[in-house]
Design a protein around this ligand. Structure first.
Ligand code: EPZ
Length: 427
């Protein structure tokens, strides 16, 4: 089992570039299925999850090539409409091929993704929305079959909660539907905006970008396009928190500061210096043990849909709060089981108590964590353990790092580039 080994206590200084957003690359790669032809996507991160999405597209008959950051996908000939369990079970975002296949062929058969470490993660909102557009959905042998006889029919779709991939799936289905579709209580994440930009470039007619109400006027067909993936705001946030926890001063480049409104405010509230530039953010973490250094203050967070505090940064921020001075109340409102990192942080000395969707973190001040062998359980929990290891005294060994490799492009190299004593041991 490959492991990450970290010798904590090093200050982090220098510059690190953000990669393209995993959670934009996945829907945008799926969107290529809607229009036959050659599509080009720029700034695509090379991750376990983007490689899985390419396998899913290949299963459907698409052909692709990639350079370091560019991916060309040719969807001229589709030979299938089924996303198999073997692939979907490794990446639930495979369900994002449902909308495009319905728009292109009127039929799709996708394995139900099943739950994952952070929650049951049903797709009922997606399926209810498709039914609103005239699609028949049936669940059989763990697969969902979605079919429509002729064209999808535009309609009003209302989401009980603003599902990100639910909004993306319905957008991709509605672009060639007959008439007008209105999506109410839509997700407003920047990744949804990136998808809207791509669909518009393909000839779709969509109003309401960045709002919770999207209006789509269906068109007969779309054409291939080329599009750039936006920077990964969760990766950027992860590095900002890492520098705040380890201390030092570093700049994350190639990013969009406006995509992290709530994290920037929370870091400043904790006493961390944050300077926003056009396409970069500089963060100054308080060096541990520096005489009369201002303390890292405990702040409360409540995860919310964008532009609220992202659930995907909750685990990372909790690691920071374990070494603050005070008590931080962390409320996870999006997923029902997103505290898998707590037990591992406790093994490193974190003083955390969980009560349902709330964690109470009693900060132990800088130097409050000590390195230990820990185990990653899901993508963002892994990032939380890396941050804790960077701030801890001594050596931290993280196992099951395949979780991390799903969503962070060359994280170990990027952290070494700003001074971390971190390496991968391939076993
Ligand atoms: C997207 O997942 C992201 N994944 C997640 O990132 C992210 O945590 C999440 O949005 C919230 O921001 C991708 O974009 C590929 P939701 P998604 O539908 O779309 C419930 C990461 O670490 N719900 O917005 O699956 C659901 O259970 C990943 O990169 C239903 O009940 O999340 C959850 O409680 C993790 N029925 C809430 O809504 C549905 O049909 C929000 O889920 C859909 C969702």
């Amino acid at each position: 089992m490959d492991k990450i080994i970290i010798e904590g206590g090093r200050l982090l200084n220098g510059r690190v570039a953000a990669s393209g957003a995993k959670n934009a690359a996945l829907p945008l790669m799926a969107a290529t299925l809607i229009a036959p032809g050659l599509h080009t996507l720029y700034n695509v991160p090379d991750l376990r999850d983007t490689r899985t999405m390419l396998k899913v597209l290949e299963t459907l008959g698409a052909a692709w090539t990639r350079t370091e950051t560019e991916v060309r996908i040719d969807t001229s000939r589709l030979t299938g409409a089924e996303a198999p369990y073997e692939l979907v079970k490794t990446m639930r975002a495979s369900v994002l091929v449902l909308g495009p296949l319905l728009a292109r062929t009127g039929y799709a058969r996708v394995s139900l993704p099943g739950g994952c470490a952070i929650g049951a993660r049903p797709i009922n909102f997606h399926l209810r929305g498709f039914e609103q557009l005239g699609v028949r959905t049936t669940l059989r042998e763990g697969y969902v079959e979605a079919a429509v006889d002729d064209r999808l029919q535009g309609n009003v779709v209302y989401f009980d909660s603003p599902s990100v991939t639910g909004t993306e799936n319905l957008l991709m289905a509605a672009v060639t539907a007959e008439g007008k579709t209105v999506i109410k209580n839509a997700a407003r994440e920047p990744e949804v905006g990136n998808l809207i930009d791509m669909l518009t470039a393909m000839g779709a007619e969509i109003q309401g970008r960045d709002t919770d109400r999207l209006t789509i006027h269906g068109v007969r067909r779309l054409h291939p396009t080329e599009i750039s993936i936006i920077p990964d705001r969760i990766e950027v946030g992860t590095y900002l928190i890492a520098v705040a926890a380890a201390g030092g001063e570093a700049t994350v480049t190639d990013c969009i500061p406006a995509h992290l409104p709530s994290l920037v405010e929370k870091l400043r509230g904790a006493g961390v210096g944050v300077v926003e530039h056009d396409t970069a953010i500089t963060v100054t973490g308080i060096p541990p043990g520096k005489k009369d250094a201002p303390a890292l203050r405990s702040v409360d967070i409540r995860t919310m849909p964008y532009p609220g505090f992202p659930t995907d940064l909750q685990a990372q921020f909790m690691a920071l709060m374990t070494i603050a001075d005070g008590v931080s109340v962390i409320h996870e409102t999006i997923f029902e089981n997103r505290f898998m990192h707590v037990a591992e942080l406790q093994r490193m000395g974190g003083n955390i108590k969980i009560g349902g969707p709330t964690a109470i973190v009693k900060g132990k001040g800088r130097g409050g964590l000590s390195g230990a062998p820990v185990m990653a359980t899901d993508l963002r929990a892994s990032a939380s353990l890396v941050i804790a290891g960077l701030a801890a005294r001594g050596v931290t060994e993280i196992s099951r790092i395949y979780h991390l490799e799903r969503g962070y492009e060359t994280m170990v190299d990027k952290l070494r580039g700003i001074g971390a004593d971190i390496r991968i041991v391939r076993e």
